[in-house]
Design a protein around this ligand. Structure first.
Ligand code: KIV
Length: 266
């Protein structure tokens, strides 16, 4: 089976909805790939979901290469998109191209994702010129959390015009698709109809060309915090806790291992 390609993602616009989901390791990526999800995003949400960090700022290129490679090794259908970490593309065009190139060469990603608008247009152009497919990300951009002052809805009122203009500029710079995070549905709808490339929403309403969720949220593994836009399709936290508790009890009272879980003496 061949992998989903950039032209297929662009062609899907107006034809069918796109489905994207995060994964950070080979076990979860195999499930996502088998379920025919178009794009696996190895997001820098890795920081909170896997690395126990409080935000995405400390994720390194080495972290992203390590986890993206684990995902791409077992993926046969989904396109693998890797997030470029904070400060791996903002400092210079050379660094942006070199780091994006590493994610394709060393981690076998099919594309990279970058956060931001006007400030990173030269980087987007340089990466695209080097043959690297780039996904944009506007609205709530968690790498700018220090500036934004919190994880809040972006683009209400006049601020929405700026996001719309930046979306158009990112498309002109060569992005093949764009994540819209935590923006009002009306704005997401206007951006979606203004672009030729697909938009992929998270907390951006139903009119985007596709949707993305963090897999830990979808599976109900994160019990500390549930943003309004998250739908839990399972309660894995409950299932995991129950299984571990039963295992512990059975070890303590000697019920595990039973004869059926032990080798025969001869
Ligand atoms: O890092 C991530 O998981 C993301 C998604 C929320 C779009 O960027």
């Amino acid at each position: 089976m061949s992998k989903v390609t950039v032209p297929e993602i662009i062609k899907a616009k107006g034809q069918r909805k796109l489905c994207m989901l995060t994964a950070y390791d080979s076990a979860m990526a195999s499930f996502v790939d088998q379920c025919d999800v178009d794009i696996i995003l190895v997001g820098d949400s890795l920081a909170m979901t896997v690395l126990g960090q409080e935000d995405t700022l400390s994720v390194t290129m080495e972290d992203m290469i390590h986890h993206t490679l684990a995902v791409s090794r077992v993926t046969s259908r989904s396109m693998v998109v890797a997030d470029m970490p904070f400060m791996s593309y903002q400092v210079s065009l050379d660094q942006a191209v070199a780091n994006a190139g590493r994610l394709l060469k060393e981690a076998r990603a099919g594309a990279v994702k970058v956060e931001g608008g006007s400030a990173i247009l030269p980087q987007v152009r340089a990466m695209v010129q080097a043959g690297i497919p780039v996904m944009g990300h506007l609205g709530l951009t968690p790498q700018s959390i220090a500036q934004l002052g919190g994880y809040k809805v972006q683009g209400r009122g006049e601020a929405g015009e700026k996001i719309l203009q930046e979306a158009v500029r990112l498309e002109e710079a060569g992005c093949f698709s764009m994540v819209l995070e935590a923006v009002p549905p009306g704005l997401a709808s206007r951006i979606t109809s203004s672009l030729k490339i697909p938009t992929i929403g998270i907390g951006a309403g139903p009119d985007c060309d596709g949707q993305v969720l963090v897999i830990n949220d979808l599976l109900g593994m994160n019990t500390r915090f549930k943003p309004r836009f998250v739908k839990r399709y399972a309660d894995l936290a409950g299932i995991i806790t129950e299984a571990i508790t039963r295992y512990r009890q059975e070890v303590l009272n000697g019920d595990f291992p039973s004869e059926s879980h032990s080798y025969k003496d001869d």
